[in-house]
Design a protein around this ligand. Structure first.
Ligand SMILES: Cc1cc2nc3c(=O)[nH]c(=O)nc-3n(C[C@H](O)[C@H](O)[C@H](O)COP(=O)(O)OP(=O)(O)OC[C@H]3O[C@@H](n4cnc5c(N)ncnc54)[C@H](O)[C@@H]3O)c2cc1C
Length: 535
């Protein structure tokens, strides 16, 4: 096994752990906590700060909280299946909601301050993101997990095709770190391509690239045409209030269309500016929204706009795999196809739970909680099987693009330019909300050339930590865009978040998951069945 040069800096802090969790959002904190509860020595490395990083920390999050054997549970499961466009698996939905029910109640047992509903009963169907994560941070630390804040992972370590830890860098000190571990959980969230959508600035697909470099497989990467409606002057993509909106064009003509709210905005945004006013919400609802989702109103208040009375310009901000679907293919244990590598939350494909479109109502946060728990438990079990010898294994660091260029580095190839170029292929509504084979193939050609440039020439070896991280983020975004576009080319139908203008109908013969993967050579193939994602 060849041993690539270590990361910048001569002194690398090396730790050993049974389980290393990458990413400290809901999936990561549940994974870390559960692995520790099952006796594992756990390290949790987070790009930002555990408690304020990721998509949940930025707002409130709806949860599916339904008791076993109740009509509410049956209705919630039916609702999910009805929105899944034929790709979800009822058994998975059941196990996710049943597990999350236990976790949400456990939070109450631990003293999490749930609000009460009007009848005085504790209301557990929503969590305030920052409160929830701050609470979980303290539980994680109490459980003895070592938390590495401001410590993005840059690459995985592998020993004989088995994942053996990861290396990264501290963004504040610039010091490299390495954790040798028996099992690694990827909980680095989704990829929103630095679109400036709320809470997604650190979500650049890093974990997906790391996993792909170790040989991991993806699923559902075409189910990613996910945009959130936001005021044109704000990043807030909280979409709930637009249920009660009237949309108009420049001249005040009311815009209507069958389908969801995003479609109304998307179809008209390609023609000109679109405006909204939230004029259908009752005073009671208005007050509830202001109380429940205060950050939705900050930008309006600063501008002196009353969104319930005055119309304001709206836009769509791309959310990619964050509120989309695709990610690492996992089995029931949350294991990827790479031994020792597990995935949870938005980093994993959610097709089992949501099918072809995730939407509102709490499926993603509920999924993050359940898969976080399972990945932690199964990673701890995997570590136990290795019998504690893992820290003595010979390992190789497998990071390539942006870290170890295959050619002599070229300073003219910069992360900033590559990021701008990949955004040009992915963010426009005309390319990703509405897809056509011709446009996708043109994007594929350009993305392949960006990858070749990044792979061959992008290097920041002696640069400050922030630039090293940026180079990996740029590489991760290009890689993610290539799986996304290649998968969208292959799905020649409109299903959920894959809207093909050239194939506007769903094709029953294509009601299957698409697996994808590869770096220098991207591949896509139909999963044998919707139920066999990781195999
Ligand atoms: C505006 C908005 C509203 C939403 N509302 C809801 C809702 O009401 N209900 C619902 O079900 N879902 C909702 N979602 C989706 C939900 O927030 C996500 O599904 C959930 O946060 C996923 O949790 P996660 O832990 O997988 O990822 P995240 O919460 O995104 O956490 C991932 C973490 O990984 C870290 N990370 C990234 N790269 C690295 C790296 N290289 N090394 C180490 N760490 C890294 C990030 O900093 C981040 O802290 C919403 C999303 C958005 C954007």
């Amino acid at each position: 096994m060849t041993m690539p040069a270590p990361l910048k800096g001569t002194v690398t802090t090396v730790r050993t752990a049974d389980v290393l969790v990458l990413g400290g959002g809901p999936a990561g904190v549940w994974a870390a906590l559960t692995a520790a509860k099952h006796g594992a020595k756990v390290v949790l490395a987070e790009k930002g700060f555990v408690g304020t990083g990721g998509a949940t920390a930025a707002g409130n999050t709806t949860m599916i909280h339904v008791a076993p054997r109740t009509a509410g549970r049956e209705a919630a499961i039916k609702r999910r299946l009805a929105h899944a466009h034929g790709l979800a698996d009822q058994k998975w939905i059941e196990r996710v909601v049943d597990d999350a029910y236990l976790r949400l109640n456990t939070l109450a047992d631990w003293g999490y301050p749930y609000p009460s509903d009007p009848s005085g009963r504790s209301y557990r169907g929503s969590l305030r993101g920052p409160d929830y994560l701050r609470f979980m941070r303290s539980r994680v630390r109490k459980a003895g997990v070592e938390v590495l804040d401001q410590s993005p992972a840059l690459e995985l370590l592998v020993s004989d095709r088995v994942v053996a830890g990861a290396s990264g860098i501290n963004r504040l000190t610039g010091k490299p770190w390495t954790v040798r571990a028996a099992a690694v959980v990827i909980a680095t969230g989704g990829c929103a391509f630095l679109s400036k959508a709320l809470g997604t600035n650190g979500l650049t697909g890093d974990g997906l690239l790391l996993a792909a470099e170790a040989g991991a497989t993806f699923s559902g990467m075409e189910l990613t045409g996910q945009y959130g409606i936001a005021p044109a002057f704000s990043s807030v993509t909280k979409g709930i209030m637009y249920f009660w909106a009237t949309f108009t064009d420049q001249d005040g003509n009311v815009l209507e269309r069958a389908g969801d709210r995003q479609s109304v905005v998307a179809y008209n945004l390609v023609k000109g500016p679109v405006y909204a006013v939230i004029d259908k919400a009752s005073p009671h609802l208005q007050e509830g929204m202001r109380r429940g989702q205060p950050n939705m109103f900050l930008a309006f208040d600063r501008k002196g706009i009353d969104p319930f009375k005055q119309r304001f310009e709206v836009t769509l901000r791309y959310e990619g795999t964050v509120r989309g679907v695709g990610g690492l293919a996992i089995d029931e244990a949350c294991a990827t196809n790479v031994p020792g590598l597990f995935a949870a939350g938005d980093a994993a494909s959610r097709e089992h739970m949501v099918g072809a479109t995730s939407g509102g109502g709490g499926p993603n946060a509920t999924w993050a909680m359940a898969t976080g728990t399972w990945s932690g438990r199964n990673a701890a079990a995997f570590a136990r099987q290795t019998g504690g010898s893992h820290s003595r294994r010979i390992t190789a660091a497998v990071g390539r693009a942006g870290l170890r260029p295959s050619e002599k580095p070229d300073a003219a190839i910069t992360a900033a330019e590559l990021i701008a170029a990949v955004q040009e292929e992915v963010l426009p509504v005309g390319k990703t909300f509405f897809r056509t084979g011709a446009r996708l193939r043109a994007s594929q050609t350009r993305l392949d050339s960006f990858w070749s440039a990044a792979r061959a020439y992008l290097s920041t070896r002696s640069a400050p930590a922030a630039e090293i991280v940026r180079a990996r983020e740029a590489s991760a975004m290009i890689a993610t865009a290539r799986w996304l576009v290649a998968s969208a080319i292959e799905r020649r139908e409109t299903r959920g978040l894959n809207r093909r203008l050239d194939f506007p109908e769903a094709d029953p013969a294509q009601a299957r998951c698409l697996n994808s993967g590869g770096l220098d050579q991207v591949w896509v193939r139909q999963a044998p069945s919707a139920r066999a994602l990781a195999s």
